[in-house]
Design a protein around this ligand. Structure first.
Ligand SMILES: Cc1cc2nc3c(=O)[nH]c(=O)nc-3n(C[C@H](O)[C@H](O)[C@H](O)COP(=O)(O)OP(=O)(O)OC[C@H]3O[C@@H](n4cnc5c(N)ncnc54)[C@H](O)[C@@H]3O)c2cc1C
Length: 451
């Protein structure tokens, strides 16, 4: 074990070396770990806490679909980490992590190499195409703010295209919107696209586009959507999607998407210019290539304390952690809820290790889940309690907005979302950087899935 804070302060006249905690990732796991660490170690100024992230903001992913469909301004869900850390002693280092050297206890970013005494891995996950990349031409994903802005712009452009288009086939491809993946992200996005297209965009383009021309399709490979919810709620969600007019293809396996044609095994091809891939996530190669005990998905196996099973002083939280739920005998799901709860325990245990106190074991009962399905409707399932409809939707918003770190944005988001019930959403394109714009505008060209 490396020196504890008390050891290093007891070295007499030698300059005292700070005890360095490096947290990789400022998402749900990393940001909250750092904030709790600062709290638990507030009387130990000689401990340095540094958070490294490629972005200078914490992204509130549960509301990303609202940004992709004009309901929330991008910055309301992207909060500056420097603002969040301003009144703490946490340092932020903004830069891409390129390498993690566990043997020499260092992390390299594009800018510098930093040493650590304790390391927290919380780099999240990336889109999993299940080996389909080469067969998906210009598919969208929804993982980042840029993805959300690109989807938003593309939806508007498809209406612009259809507005003047006379060829019925081209028109139909422009006005058909496909989301692949029947988990919460896919269901929520399909619901929001449906609402955005049918309520908002149709108001702007209604002179030359009819409601009957708009198709929103949700494609799911298994026999049911939302497998993490109880079966009766999955069924209710399915009914709801169909009722508002979304076509749901169950047990539908996508075999390719090229030249604006979606191929599904055993079904007729569908012409569409919009396909969003929301079918799953996988561990980033940076994490899954580390010489640590891993599960088949590449996530790092941890002890109950959230320290790596195979290496001391390396802690793992959020999507990177393979942590067994003792109540269910299977790993905790990769959700924000899990990440935030793990962050608190990991921070506690790191502080306990430094201060030589007993450590805690992570365990929690999953409280349940929310899923919003367009038109101000959400399903809530928590323990024995279920709720749906507009009441569920209000609760969905209150819970999520309350979790935004910066209070100012909580207020903006509350106003924004509640005003959307009575007023219109934004139908303006969001400016993106030039290269991205270029590839987005040339959506008809060749290439593979965007990331
Ligand atoms: C669209 C969408 C909707 C979701 N909705 C919900 C929901 O409603 N409820 C729920 O519980 N969960 C939801 N999730 C899942 C949730 O976002 C994740 O489970 C959670 O973010 C995991 O936390 P994390 O800290 O492991 O990773 P993240 O929050 O993703 O944080 C990882 C951080 O690491 C940074 N990073 C990654 N690689 C590098 C690198 N090489 N160098 C530097 N920085 C790097 C990233 O920029 C990011 O800030 C949703 C996810 C998505 C994509």
């Amino acid at each position: 074990m490396s020196a504890s804070v008390s050891d290093s302060t007891a070295r007499g006249t030698e300059p005292v070396r700070p005890y360095r905690i490096l947290v990789l990732g400022a998402g749900f796991g990393g940001l909250y770990t750092a904030v709790y660490l600062a709290r638990y170690l507030r009387n130990h100024p000689n401990v340095w806490i540094t958070v490294i992230d490629r972005r200078n903001y914490f992204l509130f992913t549960p509301m990303l679909h609202s940004t992709a469909t004009g309901a929330l301004e991008p910055r309301y869900i992207a909060h500056s980490v420097r603002k969040i850390f301003r009144k703490t002693r946490i340092h932020a280092h903004i830069g891409e992590v390129l390498g993690i050297d566990l043997e020499n206890r260092s992390v390299s970013t594009v800018h510098r190499t930093m040493q650590f005494d304790e390391l927290v891995l919380s780099l999240g996950s990336e889109t999993n195409f299940y080996g389909m990349e080469a067969r998906l031409e210009n598919a969208f994903t929804l993982k980042s703010l840029k993805d959300a802005a690109a989807i938003n712009n593309h939806l508007i452009r498809m209406f612009e295209k259809a507005y003047w288009e006379e060829d019925p086939q081209v028109r139909s491809a422009a006005l058909t919107f496909v989301v692949v993946g029947g988990g919460p992200t896919g269901v929520e996005l399909a619901g929001e696209i449906h609402e955005y297209a049918n309520r908002e965009l149709l108001r702007d383009f209604g002179r030359r586009i009819r409601k009957e021309e708009i198709r929103v399709i949700l494609v799911e490979a298994t026999r049911r959507i939302l497998p993490s919810l109880p079966e009766n709620l999955s069924d209710e969600a399915l009914e709801r999607l169909k009722k508002i007019g979304i076509e749901v293809f169950l047990e539908a396996r996508l075999s390719g998407y090229r030249n604006h044609v979606m191929e599904i095994e055993g079904r007729l091809p569908v012409r569409t210019e919009t396909l969003v891939w929301a079918a799953g996530v996988r561990t980033s190669p940076l994490i899954s290539s580390l010489p640590l005990a891993r599960d088949p998905q590449g996530r790092i196996k941890v002890k109950g304390t959230l320290e790596s099973l195979s290496m001391d002083h390396v802690w793992v939280v959020g999507d990177n952690a393979s942590c067994l739920n003792p109540y269910e005998g299977k790993p905790y799901p990769p959700t924000a809820q899990t990440a935030v709860r793990q962050a608190k325990v990991a921070a506690y245990n790191i502080a306990a290790r430094i201060l030589r106190k007993p450590e805690k074991i992570f365990s929690h009962h999953h409280i349940g889940g929310f899923v919003s399905i367009g038109n101000n409707y959400a399903l809530l399932s928590a323990k024995q309690f279920t709720l749906s409809g507009i009441l569920g939707w209000f609760l969905w918003n209150l819970v999520y907005i309350h979790k935004l770190p910066i209070i100012r944005y909580r207020l903006f988001s509350t106003f924004g979302l509640f005003l959307k019930v009575f007023f219109e959403r934004a139908t303006t394109e969001i400016d993106l950087c030039p290269e991205y714009e270029e590839s987005s505008r040339n959506a008809a060209g060749s290439g593979s899935a965007r990331e």
